[in-house]
Write a new protein. Sequence first.
Length: 317
Amino acid sequence: MKKIKSNIVSSIKNKRINVFLLFFLFAFIILIFSKLSKSYTKTLALGIEKVNVPQEYIILNDSSKINITLKTHGFRWLKYAFSRPKIQIDFSQDVYKKGAVFEWSKSKAFLNNTQFDKQVELLSMSPDTLRFRYGVNLIKKVPVKINADISYNLGYDISGEMQAEPDSVTVVGPNIVVSKIEALETEKLSLTDVRSNVNQKVKLKLPDPGDLQFSEKQVILKAQVEKFTEGTLKVPVTIANVPAGVVLKYFPKTVSVSYYVSLSKFASVTEKDFKVLCDYAKATENQSFLIPELTVWPEAVKSAKVNQQHVEFIITK
């Protein structure tokens, strides 16, 4: 019985404590809201956000700040404590070029109308004029250099060449830096056992940006992958540079040429697409054979070779 009575008393006391804490929390919240709803005046050093800077110019003094005195309620000041605003300067309409500088000069009324909402009152700003030194940029288009290591599934290969989209990047920056950039290489793309078309986003290896701007930071590497097969054709041999008055007899008249081509273009390849040439001028004295060389082959063929190593000849006249 005593234990039950003790539990009841303890429960009542705990409820009293909980009610007290609840009322204390409500009072604290009301106090905070009361404080934050009041207006306060403070001065902030705000950074500059430059927009629409002409591409051919580089701004040299990037550390400009404006001291601005604002009057607004505590909720807004609480927001500014975590995320301080920046003054936006539009170089396409808010500045003008004056000698070796861009000059910005705006009234606090202008800023109050364009940079802050109605709950914020701008009381003063210092300085009221900013000057930005500038240098002349070099704008240069450089090619993308592909860095890829790709192995294909048996019977598959790339048709044509791997392409980067875009295949070039526009670099903007100080002349002394940009002029040294001849190409931008991709990060290495490694693929194995490939049997379908390649379409991969790859980042570019960009130098330390500093004052540099790049039109692209990544490209898409594309390659058409097809089934390939090997073919063999008999191709006539042509003898070149035979001196006047010399008549040659040679054997064989045709040689075997092996080629590697995509299955889709196999039927379009004929012996007329190849040319095998023996250059008599390359023969040494007392030599009785010529070396056949493949001098012409179709664009569709990825690789080709002459299987005959020598063409024998004799001079009949």
